[in-house]
Write a protein that binds this ligand. Sequence first.
Ligand SMILES: [Cu+2]
Length: 567
Amino acid sequence: MLITFVSLLLSLVAGAVAGTVTYDWSIDWVTAAPDGFSRQVIGINGQWPCPPIEATVGDTVVVNVFNNLGSESTGIHFHGINQKGTQVMDGPSGVTQCPIPPGSYFTYSFQIDASGSYWYHSHNKGQYPDGLRGPIIVHDPADPYAGQYDEELVLTVSDWYHSTVPVLLQQLLAPSNTIFLPPFPDAQLINDSQNVTFNFDAGKTYKINIISMAAFAAALIQFDSHTIRVIGVDGVYIQKHDAYQIRVAPAQRYTVLLNAQPTTRRNYAFLVSLDENRDFANDPSPSYPLNVTGYLVYDSTKPLPGPYVVNQWNIVNDFTFVALDNQALLGEPDVEITLDFNFCIKDGIPRSCFNNISYVPQIVPSLFTAFSAGTENSNPEIYGDVNPYVAKGGSIVQLTVNNLDAAIHPFHLHGHQFQVCERPSSNSGSFNGHDRNFPAVPMRRDTVAVNPGSYAVIRYVADNPGVWLFHCHIEWHVVMGLTATIIEAPEALAGLTIPEDSQAACAAQSIPIAGNAAGNTQNLTDLAGANTVAPYPDNGATYPGKKKRSQRNRRSLNSAEEIYLEK
Ligand SMILES: [Cu+2]
């Protein structure tokens, strides 16, 4: 068996003095075959997998991006990095910036204020499943678990597709897709590869940053004969919690300690099983067709075990984790937002909705509306059909997602690690408004998996002025419109300025950067000209050799099925 050593060994030496970590990235098309199937992927500086960002708490990270894709725009979001004071650096296109057009530069610069494992990914037109995503590891000079591990590793998991995103989106958004089927992955990757091995030394303890960069499916993980000691999730330290199996939903991170065996008697396997089931907890006949076995190699002269088989999944419940800092449950909310999620048909196209409203990207990026609208920026109406909600600075926000669908969905909030106050089991119905089951010390994270026919209630303090998205992190559902927009502390946003290169990106595409959603700077409540229908098809990146986007756009809505059948 071919063994590829791709485990990523990180430096344990964290600098005591804050510095600047600079990356120069050219975003390029690259050929790669992580599962043996060769295809075009989006890489960085001619390489794929994309490089990790590694920094220490207090550092300033600068990423100079050049869009070398030629045919498509791009934009980078740094998932879990809260961008305090740098809300213009959050990255989602149409929200905190205009897309970066081909041939243009854009500089992201922000300070890292918390440790842990994060990741970056394109937040533009469903682009990241084409490969533009990578890990972010932030070291902590004050790590409460320092001394309890010897080495630090990164283990990413991801579903993987043999078709490029534009092709998949044609299928997803075809009017005939009335049961809202997402694209199903062709493979699963560990560290953007397969047949992955980690070299383990007997007696050592390893800290492993497990990061899901998936677009659709969660990963179920079990290590043979090694207990998973969870010490953190999504950049939040927790009290050590032993588990045998974990489920890592798209965009979630688990920081775990693995105690190596005391001897090198044999090598061990671990299983990463792609959870394609709509609800594995409810499904009596689960099937996991995309299993990948990885290996902990103690002695490379000894054989590797066979594929690891797990017959039953009984995963640890992350709701039972306790934040290490014991942050108490936030008090009664000042702002309550309730979002009922279900799929929906809008203008004949399969979409996903909060409260029967599907997110429609606007002409002016929402943050720039908040910057330019003066005191009127606290009126949610002026932001257009982006599912806008406003929370004044300092208010306690309680956000409830009622998941009316029959599958688990991972919901993510930009700008915060929120308290998860309640997250009951499948088919518990919608939230009844009572907080009697809320724990005294809730766990916090930035992406919470919400069970089918059930709900989650989260709370956070609106202490981070900005425009932050709340959305399902199944990327296909983002494209379908499953996004709400929270305008946080608008009083602190009025009059802020847009960096020059960000203004230039908009100017190059004739996108206005002031006024309401429609770009009206005179009468902010006049939304004439604002977008009321989501773009269709909402193509992701294209690369030379495929049909040009403009050619596809020339087709009528009715020809979408025909396009689907052509593939
Ligand atoms: Cu979803």
